[in-house]
Design a protein around this ligand. Structure first.
Ligand SMILES: [Zn+2]
Length: 569
């Protein structure tokens, strides 16, 4: 038995996440966690909301809520949605937790002890009427490049150029609208990543289990050269800047920058879990406390790789302490929405809450796994969603399960029938299932998301082909023993399908396994098919589950297409 630590990129607190967020981190992490638990490994799957930073402050202000209330409510909403999608987090934490504050302050302390942090003077925009410095997104003005009137301090939405707030013409405060601004000097802490460049490169080179995609992004950033980065901001919402346990002089109105504290929350969330009655967090994170044999796997979108392959390792390696570092960094491309990106700020695309009003969680889980934006971007369309659900889940898997259970109910009183011996057709089936199961296990193990779905579907198809050829509805007329054997085998196939499909479609898997009187959550099949397909013994009472997957009608597709047409401003 191995120990596997799994984290998925922390969803930002400002509102419900879209399907792209689900497809590119939380869902594949959950599928992998469920697979490894079924294999009998000790798994810890950690996630959390990322709650600091200016977008959270702005969103709270827009909602007319104080930031604490806003974050608490939004965290509860995201936690509830995660449960409804079957995301099996062992802990869903909050980066605003006291554990994360303590740990972030600890890392800053030890990094400074190692001469990796220093104070520098920045020139930033100060609003006299608001009585505060204005971070990038709190300032708007005229773009110096294209003349767009509402360019943000960090970027112009019209021409796309990255900006420095002090370059904006006629700048004003987003908070008050005041133009009474001036540039002031302010001191900030900088993490000297340039000093860590060689160590981080050697570390990435040692990570031979990183998939090629993540490695290439990491090396691209290293080749461009690291820069020293500010890790504090002039804000009140965030983690206070301490030195040796006391507020750092001159930093009373500053906090750590969100990019510094957010990844530390992976560790802090594990401490939250431990403090809430979990086990010792150190055996997952400290190599001097048993974490040396943990395999740590991270899931994220490609935009997050630099933070996880360079910035966070800078914190961890720079501390000189024996922290566990990531072994496998699985990165994803974008799921696009009709040729453009999903957008939370523009409410463009389908979001996790409204998606569940249209189709059950398993339908989304299957679609987003089978069409994962894994090795390239993938594009969501309603037609593809419809055909994937109807063809794979309704026609192949759902139909198989319902058909054989119903047949058993009407012809054998719902009891797994006795009699008959496996013949050549069954021997062929066993060989087929053995080969496909081996492939499926290999793809899940390698975190090949799309190939896992393909292997799963191939297994379902093999079962359908067997049933079609064996035709128990014909056999029962002349050879009842033969019919009994076929039905018993097919019922066992239904149980096997549910077990190995449970990482991807856990709700349907549970329904089927309960109908067959099998335990849930299931274990991963270990034996040869001949043994696995004899688990349900003759005489066991089974039920016909309700229709597993309802087909999506053309009229629904037409209505959804209209309802979710891209909202343009
Ligand atoms: Zn511009």
């Amino acid at each position: 038995m191995a120990r596997i630590l799994i984290t998925s990129a922390l969803p930002y607190i400002n509102g419900v996440k879209h399907l792209g967020n689900l497809a590119g981190s939380m869902l594949p992490a959950d599928v992998y966690a469920r697979f490894q638990r079924a294999r009998g490994h000790e798994v810890l799957y950690i996630c959390a909301t990322d709650e600091h930073g200016t977008p959270a402050e702005l969103a709270a202000a827009a909602a007319h809520q104080d930031i604490l209330t806003y974050c608490e409510e939004q965290h509860a909403i995201q936690h509830d949605l995660g449960r409804r999608y079957g995301l099996s987090w062992d802990w869903f934490g909050r980066s605003s937790s006291p554990q994360n504050a303590r740990l972030t302050q600890h890392f800053a302390d030890v990094l400074e002890d190692h001469d990796l942090i220093e104070e520098r003077v920045d020139r930033l925009v100060y609003s006299l009427d608001d009585g505060r410095f204005l971070p990038d997104r709190y300032i708007e003005g005229i773009c110096p490049h294209c003349g767009f009137a509402q360019a943000r301090g960090d970027q112009c939405d019209n021409c796309g150029r990255l900006l420095d707030p002090i370059d904006l013409k006629e700048p004003y405060s987003v908070i008050s609208g005041s133009k009474n601004l001036e540039v002031r000097e302010t001191r900030h802490l900088y993490l000297k990543q340039t000093k860590l460049q060689d160590r981080i490169r050697a570390w990435v080179e040692s990570k031979t289990d990183f998939p090629a995609f993540a490695r290439s992004i990491a090396f691209k950033h290293l080749d461009e050269g690291l820069i020293d980065r500010g890790i504090t901001r002039d804000l009140s919402w965030g983690i206070p800047v301490l030195r040796g346990g006391q507020l750092r002089p001159g930093f009373e109105n500053k906090v750590f920058y969100v990019w510094f504290d957010a990844p530390i929350e992976y560790i802090a969330a594990t401490q939250e879990w431990a403090d809430a009655g979990g086990e010792d967090w150190r055996r997952w994170w400290r190599e001097d406390a048993g974490a040396g044999d943990v395999r740590y796997v991270e899931f994220m979108g490609k935009d997050n790789v630099a933070f996880h392959a360079v910035s966070f390792p800078a914190t961890i390696l720079g501390s000189g302490e024996p922290w566990k570092t990531v072994d496998v960094l699985k990165a994803f491309n974008w799921l696009n929405w009709y040729g453009a990106q999903f957008s939370t700020s523009r409410r463009r695309g389908v979001f996790m809450d409204s998606a569940l009003d249209l189709a059950p969680a398993d339908a989304w889980r299957w679609y987003l796994t089978a069409n994962s934006p894994e090795h390239s971007d993938s594009a969501f369309t309603w037609e593809q969603f419809q055909s994937t659900i109807n063809r794979d889940l309704a026609d192949v898997l759902g139909n198989f399960v319902n058909r054989i259970c119903k047949f058993c109910e009407t012809r054998f009183d719902g009891l797994v029938p006795a009699g008959g011996e496996p013949g050549p057709l069954e021997q062929q089936l066993f060989a087929d299932v053995d080969a496909r199961l081996a492939d499926l296990t290999e793809q899940f193990e390698a975190i090949e998301v799309r190939k896992s779905a393909q292997a799963l579907r191939a297994l379902w198809v093999a079962g359908n082909e067997y049933l079609q050829e064996a035709a128990p509805w014909t056999a029962i007329r002349g050879d009842p023993n033969r019919a009994a054997l076929i039905v018993r085998t097919a019922l066992n196939l239904a149980g096997l399908f549910a077990r190995v499909s449970s990482p991807v479609i856990p709700f349907a898997a549970e329904t089927v396994l309960r109908a067959l009187g099998e335990p849930y959550p299931p274990t991963w099949p270990a034996g040869p098919a001949a043994v696995e397909l004899a688990r349900l013994a003759a005489g066991r009472k089974i039920e016909t589950p309700p229709v597993l997957f309802k087909k999506i009608e053309d009229a629904e597709v037409a209505e959804w297409t209209k309802r979710f047409a891209g909202v343009e401003e």
